[in-house]
Design a protein around this ligand. Structure first.
Ligand code: SF4
Length: 60
């Protein structure tokens, strides 16, 4: 299974990933998206990665 991570040096905190899948992504008080779960039954992580404007989400 793919391992999800967010490149904290690239993330701009736009919140798109959290909107797409709040089960996995959460933008913290630091303005950066954090991964809070590796699995979501509803959303495709690779699709979330494609939506990130700065390509900070890795699913590898
Ligand atoms: S979509 Fe990308 S830039 Fe936006 S909050 Fe998520 S990881 Fe950060």
């Amino acid at each position: 299974m793919a391992k999800v991570s967010v490149d904290v040096s690239s993330c701009v905190g736009c919140g798109l990933c959290e909107q797409f899948c709040p089960e996995i992504f959460e933008v913290g008080g630091d303005g950066i998206a954090h991964v809070k779960a590796q699995v979501c039954a509803l959303h495709n992580i690779e699709e979330a990665a494609q939506q990130c404007p700065v390509n900070a989400i890795k699913a590898a």
